[in-house]
Design a protein around this ligand. Sequence first.
Ligand SMILES: [Mg+2]
Length: 382
Amino acid sequence: MRITAGTVYALDIPFVEAFRHSAHARRACDSVILRVVDENGFVGFGEGAPRPYVTGETPQSVVEHLVTELWPRLVAADLPDPVAEGLAALDEVIPETALRGVIAPNAARCALELALVDCGLRSRGTSLGALVPPRRQSISYSGVISAAEPELAARRARQMKLIGLEDVKVKVGIGQDLERVRAVREAVGPEVSLRLDANGAWNLDEALAFADAVVVFGIAALEQPLPRHAVGDLSVLRKASGIPLVADESLVTLEDAERLLDADAVDVFNVRISKCGGVHRSTRIACLADEAGVAVQLGSQVGETAVLSSAGRHVAAWTPRLSCAEGSYGALLLAEDVSVDPVHFGHRGRAPLLMGPGLGTEVVEERLRRYAGQVVELGARR
Ligand SMILES: [Mg+2]
C-alpha cells in the first residue's frame, strides 16, 4: 500500500448540549480527521480526539504532528497491507514519536492508523471485522451523564431510562456529587447499573470518604477517582472501598497497563481507541487485561464522530471480557455527524455490527469541509 495524498480537517462541530466533567466543559467536537488516498485512488478516514487533560495533546498539536512528523515519513513509502500482513505490521511502521509535554501523541497516531487501516481494508473490499473478529453480534451502549446540576442530571437519567438503557455512567468530582448520584439513582430505579467517573478529581482521603458515602446507592464501578500517577493509592483504595475501580486517565500506554496490572490497582481498564493510539494498541492493552483477568470497558471520546465510533463498534465486538461500551452518540450529541448513515445506538442502547468495507462507515466529505476550522492539504514528498 502506498499513500499519495491526504487532507487534515480540524473539526468544530457544535454539540446540541454542553457536556461537563471535573476536568473540562465541552461544547463542540474538536476532533482531527485525516483523509488518505492510495496510489489506486482508494480513500480512508481516521480520527483523533485530542484531550489536553488525558494525553496532553491539543487539536493544534495533532494537526502539526501529523503534518510535520508523521506524514513526511509515511507518504509514498511501501506500507504493509493490513489485510495480508495484519495490524501489528502496520503499527510497526508508524513512527514512534514524542512531543514535549505530551504523555504520548496517541490522538495523532490514532488518526493516522485508522486512516491507513480504513484505506487498506477498502482497497481489498474487507471489513475491519476480518482483522478483529466479533465475539458478539450486537453492542449495548451505556449512557453518560454530564456533571450537571442534580435536577438536570435526573432529567437526563429519566430520558435514558425511557429509551431502555441498562447501564449509565455519571460524572462526579465537581461538587454536588452525592446529590447528583442520589437524583440519578432515584430517576433510573434500582435495576439500572450505575457507574461513576471522577476524572482524577480527588486525593486518597477524599476518594475513600466518597466511596463510603455512595455505597448506599449501589455503585457498579468508580472510574479514575485519583490522578493519573496515583497507582499505589489506587490499590489502597481498591482494597479499602470494595467498589470496583476503573482506570482511564491512568491508562494511556501499554506501559501504563503493565504498571496498573503489576500494582493490582484496578478491576477494569477503560480502553479508548484515540487515547490508546489506535486499534492495534487498544487491542494489545485489552489482551493484557484479558490475560490478567481484568475486564475492559470500551470507552469513547465525548463528541467523537462516526469515524471513531465505527472503530469503537468493531473493537467492542471483538473485546474479550467486555464489561460495557460507551460512545456511538453521533447526532444525539453532535449538531450533525459526518457519516451518510447514523452510527448512534437505538432502543436499549443497542447497535448492530458494521459490515461494510473498512471501518464500515461512509464519510460525507462536504460536511468535513463545512465544519472544519482548518484544512491542510498534504501531497507527495518533494
Ligand atoms: Mg473517564
